[in-house]
Ligand binder design. Structure first.
Ligand SMILES: NC(=O)C1=CN([C@@H]2O[C@H](COP(=O)(O)OP(=O)(O)OC[C@H]3O[C@@H](n4cnc5c(N)ncnc54)[C@H](OP(=O)(O)O)[C@@H]3O)[C@@H](O)[C@H]2O)[C@@H](O)CC1
Ligand SMILES: [K+]
Length: 514
């Protein structure tokens, strides 16, 4: 699913208005009606107090139009206009007049009075600012937002939480609505997915307001949101007359004394994701433990006891997956140096592979085309240097990906796969996965898909999605805290099955079945 910029949404608006030959207030009417339907379905006329805080732009207009629907259907509402500017939008004014025609007079707030009382058991509709916010709110508006946040009332944000920018982080974190639920129009917004701004969104849902399908389909976006509909078509079925050679050979290089587990996890994940064969190259100390813990993995031991001193890559290996638990001994660094200068095939670099690259920036130029790097935030910082905020981080990663023609998998709550100027934001996964070794599992999964013939971008996106899905299935049985990387591997198979599950039929469909 595409993630549009604010400008693209405004363009979609205009395109739709022209093509459908409608006035702009029709779009506002649709937006308000969709929100009303959403609320009405859940509230069923319940007499809970609903406070609507409306700005003076189109986001505010949505709120004012919504108030009309709520009033017509007997809800107990109170409408406030947060009067932060004289520049009221045309459609806001149209809807304000419609409200007044119904003898409903909002209370105008201008910062000269105490903020209205809101009880914990009330509902707040936040329609103060939408995607048009372009500077920090005035202090009194920010304080009003803070006041609503501490009220404890259930807060439903229209389009985006007020105070959230589309392209940068807020100056004052207290001056952003902390939304229990965001009803966003047509497409999700990029700040929902970044660590510094996603914290303001508990849950979000999309409402279809009928923006023009041609515009939505043909417009290129800088980001996409990856769910099941995006990954399913990537799947390459396994065929009957095939053998293990068909599904590639992953060479996993890494491990050091005390960290043989990392290579075990990556190797086992690669096999479990479908690679035909996996060979692990590890220091001698890991030979027995690895052979006995995963008998399917072939093991080649280094002459050195505790760390790697040589990498042996042959034509039989289709993919190299490198760095998990590897350490950064001088001789390991030298081996990496020799390897990266001559290897040109498919490559996944994780953990200490990334740390070595960070310490020896001259080696970055030797990365083979479409190498896949899987840094967590600290590794990324070592690789790229510091950044001002999450938005700048994304720009730095994009520039890095373009310069070195590589793919960066930016691990986090919403892992983002970046290739060139584009980012693919993952939808699966959960906080239970913030535990040692889950990154090693991911590296093995990416390598496995590469070995099976998936393109580098597809392998990255598919592995990230499935890794998160396995995590989601695993916590359903284990809970967050008891989640371990080994358990995650146990759920890779189920996550493939989940991909092909058909949705449960709705209750009425079930009844119709014979
Ligand atoms: N296609 C869709 O998705 C549809 C979207 N719709 C809705 O429209 C919303 C976007 O509406 P919007 O453009 O009028 O902007 P909104 O956020 O209401 O702000 C209002 C104005 O405030 C100003 N301003 C900015 N920062 C400020 C500040 N700190 N302090 C004071 N003023 C500030 C700035 O104007 P400026 O003063 O800069 O000229 C800005 O224009 C969108 O989120 C959705 O809810 C639907 O109605 C129809 C279909
Ligand atoms: K809002």
């Amino acid at each position: 699913m595409k993630i549009f910029s604010a400008q693209q949404i405004y363009d979609a608006d205009n395109f739709t208005i022209t093509k459908q030959d409608i006035s702009s207030d029709i779009l506002m009417e649709r937006s308000a009606l969709r929100i009303f339907e959403w609320m009405h379905q859940r509230l069923q006329g319940a007499q809970v107090k609903i406070h609507l805080f409306c700005g003076i732009g189109n986001n505010g207009g949505d709120g004012i139009a919504l108030a009309r629907y709520l009033q017509e259907n007997g809800y107990d509402i109170k409408v406030y206009v947060v009067n932060y500017s004289e520049k009221r939008s045309k459609d806001f004014l149209i809807n304000l007049d419609r409200l007044k025609d119904r003898k409903l007079w909002p209370e105008f707030l201008d910062g000269n009075h105490d903020a209205p009382k809101v009880q914990r058991e009330d509902i707040v509709v936040d329609a103060i600012f939408g995607i048009g916010l372009n500077r920090p709110p005035a202090p009194w508006v920010g304080e009003l937002i803070g006041h609503l946040n501490v009220s404890g009332a259930f807060t439903l944000a229209v389009d985006i939480p007020s105070g959230m920018f589309m392209e940068r982080i807020p100056e004052n974190p207290e001056h952003v609505i902390r939304a229990n639920y965001v009803l966003s129009f047509q497409a999700p917004k990029i700040p929902f997915f970044l660590p510094q701004t996603g914290i303001y969104v508990n849950q979000w849902e999309l409402l279809d307001i009928g923006l023009d399908a041609e515009y939505l389909l043909t417009t290129q976006t800088a980001f996409e949101f990856i769910g099941k509909p995006e990954v399913l078509p990537m799947y390459i079925p396994r065929l009957k007359f095939t053998h293990k050679g068909t599904y590639g050979h992953v060479l996993a290089i890494g491990g050091s004394k005390g960290k043989i587990g990392a290579i075990r996890l990556a190797s086992e994940a690669a096999l479990t994701t479908g690679a035909g064969r996996v060979t692990a190259q590890i220091p001698k100390c890991g030979y027995l433990p690895l052979q006995t813990s995963v008998p399917e993995v072939m093991v080649e031991a280094d002459d050195q006891e505790d760390f790697l001193t040589n990498f042996f890559v042959s034509d039989s290996h289709s993919v190299v997956c490198l760095g998990m638990g590897m350490g950064q001994e001088d001789k390991t660094v030298s081996a990496f140096n020799r390897f990266i200068k001559q290897y040109t095939g498919p490559l996944v670099i994780d953990a200490d592979g990334l740390n070595i690259l960070a310490k020896h920036p001259e080696l970055k130029g030797h990365l083979p085309k479409d190498a896949i790097l899987t840094p967590h935030p600290k590794e990324l910082k070592r690789l790229l240097g510091d950044w001002k905020d999450d938005f700048e981080k994304l720009e730095l990663v994009k520039a890095f990906s373009i310069k070195y023609k590589c793919i960066v998998i930016l691990k986090g709550a919403h892992t983002i796969v970046v290739q060139g100027g584009k980012g693919f934001i993952n939808s699966t996964g959960n906080p239970g996965m913030a535990t040692a070794g889950t990154g090693d599992v991911l590296a093995g999964m990416v390598a496995s898909f590469l070995a099976q013939g998936y393109g580098p971008l597809q392998a990255s996106i598919f592995a990230v999605y499935l890794h998160g899905l396995a995590g989601d299935l695993a916590i359903a049985e284990n809970g967050y805290e008891a989640m371990t990387a080994s358990k995650l591997i146990d759920f890779i198979g189920k996550s493939f099955l989940e991909l092909f599950k058909r949705p449960e039929p709705a209750p009425e469909e079930q009844q119709q079945q014979p």
